[in-house]
Design a protein around this ligand. Structure first.
Ligand SMILES: *Cc1c(COP(=O)(O)O)cnc(C)c1O
Length: 373
């Protein structure tokens, strides 16, 4: 079978170049006579792999020297626990502010509640389709940290700017939009991201942490989640996810070769604007579920045939896109409809295949849709 166009939200598409390199090196990495999977995590070959990944990441994101980098297992969800376990006790109140804008930040807030007080900063939302204006936020003066998710993968809600935490350390889950645009790392206390959305394959999680926040973990913090222990051992206190770090390294090199995060930002803008443009010009046939000021460049959820969606039209859309080799366009079960994920590895041409199909589908079916009139 030919390769298809994969619009999955994660694990997501990887650059073909990365897969080809991995294939070429599969049986014999760098003349070692073995695969990367079989290399000792303490060997000099693997040390080179992890160091190169870190240095490329530092260069791509312009990470200041007082920030440390960790590559470990546990996923984004592991970090929902690691963050409070490491940071809740930065202040005696053991309280944290959570800006909940979708499923992932909601889960993080629930997890943090096991370890301290959680203040939900935003007014209660009926649905995750917007980010309320800052004037409606209730940040607490004595929080240990302020937490948010820069891109809600399921709901398609993305922050266009970095929130101002009033001098309190800012923690961000960037799992689904890291490396998609330049940003100022020095505004953050901790940044984390699972690799399988925009950076690599499932199994490795990146943590970037400001040095002065290390060493405040709760005594009961599992050693594998303790930032200070992992930083002190260069992510090798125990066996790191070696093959996943290798793939991540290949992706970082690919991003560099493409022109860095600036180029990724340009591409993301182009791809997402093309899709949103069809939605906007469809007289309500396609219905974008998120308010335009915070709609995501990475994950575009929409309904077909009106705001609540016409399920038979949506089913038809999925069947026909699938016949044309476009897969994983079904929306998350909690949102319904369609979701197109447009991560770095998805090319502009591939996004345009979807855009063209959406235009054709609109012309063919607009008469049937109830939203007309
Ligand atoms: C996928 C995702 C997670 C969860 O990642 P796991 O690796 O499955 O634990 C957390 N946050 C965001 C924003 C995600 O997209």
């Amino acid at each position: 079978m030919e390769r298809v166009i994969n619009f999955s939200a994660g694990p997501a598409k990887l650059p073909k170049k990365v897969l080809e390199t991995a294939q070429k090196e599969m049986l014999n990495y760098n003349n070692t006579g073995i695969s990367v999977m079989e290399l000792s995590h303490r060997s000099s070959d693997f040390t080179k792999i992890i160091n190169a990944a870190e240095s490329n990441l530092r260069e791509l994101l312009n990470i200041p020297d007082n920030y440390k980098v960790i590559f470990k297992q546990g996923g984004g969800t592991g970090q929902f626990s690691a963050v409070p376990l490491n940071l809740m006790k930065l202040r005696p109140e053991a309280k944290a502010d959570y800006i909940v804008t979708g499923t992932w930040s909601a889960k993080a807030a629930n997890e943090a509640e096991k370890y301290g007080k959680v203040n939900r900063v935003l007014p209660k939302l009926e649905s995750y389709t917007t980010i309320p204006d800052v004037s409606q936020w209730s940040l607490s003066p004595d929080a240990s940290y302020v937490y948010y998710c820069s891109n809600e993968t399921i709901h398609g809600v993305e922050f266009s700017d970095i929130p101002d935490p009033n001098g309190i350390p800012l923690v961000c889950d960037m799992s689904s939009n890291i490396l998609s645009k330049p940003f100022d790392v020095s505004k953050f206390g901790v940044i984390f991201a699972g690799a399988q959305k925009n950076m690599g394959c499932a199994g490795v999680t990146l943590v970037i942490i400001r040095e002065d926040l290390l060493g405040k973990a709760m005594p009961e913090c599992p050693v594998t989640l303790d930032y200070k222990v992992q930083v002190g051992n260069n992510s090798l206190y125990n066996t790191a996810p070696t093959y996943n770090i290798y793939i991540l390294g290949l992706v970082l090199q690919w991003v560099k070769d493409q022109g860095g995060v600036e180029k990724m930002a340009e591409n993301s803008k182009q791809k997402s604007e093309a899709v949103y443009d069809v939605i906007e010009k469809s007289n309500g046939f396609y219905h974008g579920t998120v308010k335009s000021h915070c709609r995501s460049r990475m994950n575009v959820p929409f309904r077909i045939g009106g705001p609540d969606g016409d399920e038979s039209l949506e089913k038809k859309f999925l069947e026909e896109t699938s016949k044309k080799g476009m897969i994983q366009l079904k929306g998350h079960r909690s949102v319904g409809g369609i979701r197109a994920s447009l991560y770095n590895a998805l090319s502009i041409e591939e996004a345009h295949v979807l855009v063209t199909f959406m235009q054709e589908f609109y012309i063919q079916h607009k008469a049937m849709a109830t939203c007309q009139g």
